[in-house]
Design a protein around this ligand. Sequence first.
Ligand SMILES: [Zn+2]
Length: 75
Amino acid sequence: MSKTKQILELCSPTLKAKKEHLKGLTQTCNYCSGNGWFWGRDEETFEGIKVPCPMCGGSGRMYPEITIEWKPSKE
Ligand SMILES: [Zn+2]
């Protein structure tokens, strides 16, 4: 199975802002392998039911949200 990887290149800001927010590329959820759900069992009827993935919420896809804080170097 192929995997999506993203490399982050960090460059100090040109604007007077010490924090920046980045949204990474949407990727297939590796927890559920992109299915979006797992098989579960209904507690009353004991029938097999689809339980949404706790990581991607059932979409099968996720994206990273990254906050970077720049600080003055004292070296
Ligand atoms: Zn998932």
